[in-house]
Design a protein around this ligand. Structure first.
Ligand code: AHG
Ligand code: MN
Ligand code: MN
Length: 336
């Protein structure tokens, strides 16, 4: 029987039963995240009506102007996750330090890092935004986690996912056995499995990059994009199409659906040295998902999930998507 049409709750519990020693804690945590994302979907959808669009009067730890919804969605995530007993600590794009579980609440065996609202520059122009999360095991014997406990390679992730709040709200999930996509049925209030076993085609003719940074890129990225733009008239003898949504969730969803290559490469702007996207709650979860769907995710020099993190808000270059194109970009960097 096809799995299509299953609720995410049923899907998660059935996956839990496959793992003999499962305590059900991961299923519980995933259900908490699903609840938080449903609430965020509702708020994003109604933001104009209830007056929560626009900028807040604050900056986050990265010096970026926060949107009201950046703060509100961060609070929704924390409020949904802090009391259920599945987590030992949390890390968020919007909060400088790690977030501890309140002393009067039970603690669990997992750590979570999240970007509560990705692509928030798009919120006021009614384009897709999303929530990204990465789940790690809290190291054994640790009851009061510190930043050091979050400094685990992406290859240690036990689960990663993201939600896109677009024309439909979708949840994309991996626990290391492929990638599945669920669509929110608003009438019923459940995510329904609509996209089982998502796979990224190895070849593509679509690239996504912020072209306004062109003058800051390294030579191999200049070369790759130049060849794409030349299309049939250049050495590739193939036409390419370009997209840039400025919401990583939307870009990765597109790549999972019809293939493509997404690049936020290293550039020479001092403020973004080391890349723009954040390792713990953007690059790592997206790389885990992309690899699980048969794609490749790299800094151009190194597999992203092999990087040993050095900071909670560390940034890295990200080049991900269809295998043959990402490997070509990596080859150009090697040849340099
Ligand atoms: P966030 O809204 O969480 O800060 O993330 C935005 C990220 C990512 O989603 C997107 O790919 C990229 O920044 C957009 O960057 P540009 O503004 O340079 O286009
Ligand atoms: Mn983001
Ligand atoms: Mn964000």
């Amino acid at each position: 029987m096809s799995d299509i049409g299953k609720s995410i709750t049923q899907f998660i519990i059935e996956q839990q039963r496959v793992h003999k020693n499962s305590t059900g804690e991961m299923s519980g945590l995933l259900n908490d995240i699903v609840s938080a994302c449903k609430k965020i979907s509702h708020l994003v959808n109604r933001s104009g009506i209830i007056g929560i669009g626009g900028a807040a009067e604050s900056e986050n730890v990265q010096g970026e102007v926060q949107k009201k919804l950046d703060i509100i969605t961060n609070d929704v995530m924390v409020d949904h996750l802090k009391w259920t007993g599945h987590l030992a600590a949390m890390a968020s794009e919007e909060i400088e330090e790690i977030i501890q579980i309140p002393a009067n609440m039970p603690k669990g065996q997992y750590l979570i890092a999240f970007d509560p609202l990705d692509g928030s520059s798009n919120i006021d122009i009614n384009l897709s935004v999303g929530t990204i999360f990465s789940i790690l095991r809290c190291p054994e014997g640790v009851t009061n986690p510190t930043v050091e406990d979050f400094m685990q390679k992406g290859s240690e992730q036990v689960c990663a996912g993201f939600c896109v709040y677009g024309p439909t709200t979708m949840m994309i999930l991996t626990t290391g056995q492929g990638v599945n996509g669920f669509t929110l049925d608003r009438d019923v209030g459940e995510f329904i499995l609509t996209h089982p076993n998502m796979t990224i085609p190895e070849d593509t003719a679509e690239f996504a990059i912020n072209m306004s940074n062109q003058r800051f890129w390294e030579a191999p990225v200049q070369r790759y994009i130049e060849e794409c733009v030349q299309g049939m008239d250049g050495s590739r003898e193939k036409n390419f199409n370009m997209r840039w949504v400025a919401s990583m969730v939307a870009e990765v969803y597109r790549v999972l659906t019809r293939g493509g290559i997404f690049l936020y490469p290293l550039d020479s702007k001092p403020t973004t040295q080391g890349g723009k996207l954040r390792l713990l709650y953007e690059a790592n979860p997206m790389s885990f998902i992309v690899e699980q769907a048969g794609g490749v995710s790299s800094t151009a020099y190194q597999r992203i999930i092999d990087i040993k993190p050095e900071g909670l808000h560390q940034r890295v270059p990200v080049i991900l998507g269809s295998k043959n194109e990402v490997e070509r970009v990596m080859r150009y960097h090697k040849e340099k």
